[in-house]
Design a protein around this ligand. Sequence first.
Ligand SMILES: NC(=O)c1ccc[n+]([C@@H]2O[C@H](COP(=O)([O-])OP(=O)(O)OC[C@H]3O[C@@H](n4cnc5c(N)ncnc54)[C@H](OP(=O)(O)O)[C@@H]3O)[C@@H](O)[C@H]2O)c1
Length: 324
Amino acid sequence: MRAVQCQELGGPDKLVVATVDDPTPKAGEVVIDVQAAAMNFPDYLVIQGKYQFRPDLPFTPGGEGAGIVSAVGEGVERLSVGDRVLFHGLTGAFAEKVAVHELTVLKIPEYLSFDEAAGLTVTYGTSLHGLKQRAELKPGETVLVLGAAGGVGLAAVELAKAMGAKVIAAASTDEKLAVCREAGADEVINYSTEDLKSALKAKAPKGVDVIYDPVGGDFTETALRAMAPGGRLLVIGFAAGDIPKIPINLCLLKQCAIVGVFWGGWIQSGNLAGHLDNMDELFQMARDGKIKPRISHRFALDDIADAYGAMTGRLVKGKIILNP
Ligand SMILES: NC(=O)c1ccc[n+]([C@@H]2O[C@H](COP(=O)([O-])OP(=O)(O)OC[C@H]3O[C@@H](n4cnc5c(N)ncnc54)[C@H](OP(=O)(O)O)[C@@H]3O)[C@@H](O)[C@H]2O)c1
């Protein structure tokens, strides 16, 4: 099969597309013929050796996707050859085939295409876990989403709206903000052309209850200063590169909480059942039209460097999909 390979750590220009042996399923695994793989920011960190885990070289990047089961390993009873499924893992998705443990695989409802299903798990899974289990978002609260047109950001906009919140979306271009409006944002802020502090004062005079922050950098503290009493800052990620160092007295003054969100860690620390409940809820929301995965770009495996370029160039409005 053909697969993207990371043979040395570094930028996307170091990746190659190689012909490698087809995977065979070990006990408890299935092999999936990948129809669509979704790119997430951690896929960029992992090829540089900057993510929480460092796979042995060489490896195939790609943490999630969707496809058709083509082989099942010993002991697998829940899945059969021919099933349409989605999967997540740490690596391996940017290839024609991938072997994954059956526990990371779910059958796709008929109303979701492969492209839509490919990016559902990580982005919507992270955002639902953040808003529901970590922020305990309540209807009527105000949510500020930074980087709101990116993968996890746009999912957070849709989910916060579906959960009954007032949503303020902040992003770097008007084009991105138009997509956020389509996804349900009530208010938008272009933080490249507007001052975030004054815009928040105008749009949320009583402060915001929840901040969803996948960007980091200077925006985090500015946003935190606009927090309402009892607010929660969800620490999702640092796409801007800089990990903010927040003066801790702000928590006291704002009577707020800084809450870490680590979706993969949550599942691995004994919460698989909670994750599966969340996925059921996401399938129902997709069926009812409350969420609609938006595909920003589609690429072939050979265009892997362009796919990463779209992400690092901040061009994404929703998901980047690779169709092997
Ligand atoms: N905590 C968890 O469990 C978890 C799970 C998944 C992802 N994450 C993290 O969430 C963050 C976003 O992931 P994603 O997959 O949604 O990425 P994404 O689609 O690329 O979105 C990231 C957004 O960040 C903004 N940004 C600001 N500075 C940037 C820069 N220098 N380079 C790239 N983007 C920049 C961009 O929006 P503007 O141009 O509008 O500013 C972009 O839309 C990452 O840090 C990722 O590691 C965390």
